[in-house]
Design a protein around this ligand. Structure first.
Ligand SMILES: Cc1ncc(COP(=O)(O)O)c(C=O)c1O
Length: 411
């Protein structure tokens, strides 16, 4: 088991021999994500491992999944890792195995992907939202504390921070809240494979941590896939049963579970990619630093908040002292966001908005009773955030073109 996590990138990507890749032509489109570049760099390894699975004829769970689970647990320093069909299912498995039951309430972030909240509802619980920290956009421990005190509800049983964009939420403060309010905590680590908080890996600082291997994720497979980690033997055992129809022994069902198994082809692909994840995460970090430098030298960067209006771009706040950010996404907050996005689209530069509507304002969650103005930091972030192209293989020239286009827009 790997006992310690890197508190900063393990080594400089500049020193790593980068796989041969054709330099994109000047003026060529710059996509938000280019998975083909990664695929070309590992094509032979992937081909071999996929062929081996086909030859084995073991397609669902089986030795390949078990090997991946062992390697992922070892990488993260967790006692157990349980593969499953998606990140959405991973959150559901984590919540159920942590003891969240119908009638409970679970506090989480309103500034996340929909699965964060839908998994709570699928576990039979009611989501409760607290606002985010405007710097990191992660769930704010002060807001959580205030929400618990204001509600004074004995039904608040669960807490689920989300490690957004690849940076851990403040797990030290959340651990104190767990003790004080007797909460069951699980982590949505879907965007944070390899991120750390004070030397511990995302997904290993609570009862259970949930990961997604959706193709856009920093560690991804070639379809849907997910993983749950835990240090608790009984929780692991429960999650293994629940991912397989609540059954330990075929055709004998102890409880109502689900079909949420990881297939062997995805596991084989993930085993290949796991060997590269330290390098890829280090390269993402370097690309993020490169964006910071480019924005600064273009005179676009505000050192304070998006609201001060002095400069149009606010870089993502990385809490370097405690958190090692793996930059699953590089997300800036900008003035006139939608106009900037259209301008970049015209110049064939891909961008995304994670997320345009905070969860408490989603139409289907109206029954929870939230309205506009209830969670102002999340609502403001939804109007200002813009994710820029970010992947280990993006070239310095492409990054310079992205920042130059943004400078042109604000000139
Ligand atoms: C924060 C977060 N939670 C949960 C999920 C759900 O993962 P999946 O798409 O693998 O179901 C995602 C990914 O889309 C995510 O970004």
């Amino acid at each position: 088991m790997r006992k310690t996590a890197p508190s900063k990138p393990k080594r400089s990507a500049a020193k790593r021999e980068r796989p041969q890749q054709k330099a994109p032509k000047a003026g060529a489109p710059i996509p938000m994500l280019d998975l083909a570049r990664q695929y070309h760099s590992i094509e032979k390894e992937i081909g071999k491992s996929v062929q081996a699975v086909c030859a084995s004829q073991r397609y669902v769970l089986g030795p390949e999944v078990q090997a991946f689970e062992n390697e992922a647990a070892d990488f993260l320093g967790a006692k157990h890792a349980v593969g499953c069909a998606s990140g959405t299912d991973a959150i559901w498995l984590a919540l159920v195995a942590a003891g969240v039951s119908p009638g409970d309430e679970v506090i989480t972030s309103p500034f996340s992907f929909f699965a964060t909240v839908s998994a709570i509802i699928r576990a039979g619980a009611r989501p409760v939202f607290a606002d985010v920290d405007p710097g990191t956009l992660n769930l704010d421990p002060d807001a959580v504390n205030a929400r618990i005190r204001r509600t004074n509800s004995a039904r608040i049983r669960g807490l689920m921070p989300v490690h957004l964009y690849g940076q851990c939420a403040d797990m030290t403060r959340f651990a104190h809240l767990v003790d004080e309010h007797k909460l069951a905590m699980v982590e949505d680590a879907a965007q944070a494979f390899g991120a750390t908080w004070r030397g511990k890996f995302a997904g290993t600082m609570s009862i259970a941590g949930a990961f997604s291997f959706y193709p856009t994720k920093n560690l991804s497979c070639y379809g849907d896939g997910g993983l749950v980690t835990t240090n608790d033997d009984a929780v692991a055992d429960h999650m293994r049963r629940m991912r397989n129809h609540g059954s330990r022994q075929r055709y004998y069902h102890e409880e109502i579970g689900w079909n949420s198994r990881l297939d062997s082809l995805q596991a084989a692909i993930l085993r290949v990619k796991l060997k590269h994840i330290d390098d890829w995460n280090a390269e993402r970090h370097e690309r993020a630093v490169a964006y910071d430098v480019l924005f600064k030298s273009a005179g676009l960067l505000s050192t304070r908040s998006a609201k001060d209006g002095a400069r149009p771009v606010v870089r993502p706040l990385a809490r370097n002292k405690d958190a090692h950010h793996i930059f699953h996404q590089y997300v800036v907050r900008v003035e006139r966001r939608d106009a900037l996005r259209s301008f970049l689209t015209e110049r064939k530069i891909g961008t995304e908005i994670y997320y345009p509507v905070p969860l408490h304002l989603q139409q289907c969650l109206g029954y929870l009773g939230y309205g506009a103005g209830d969670l102002p930091e999340s609502e403001l972030a939804a109007q200002e955030v813009l994710a820029l192209p970010m992947y280990p293989e993006i070239t310095p020239e492409e990054q310079a073109s992205v920042v130059a286009a943004i400078a042109e827009f604000y000139a």
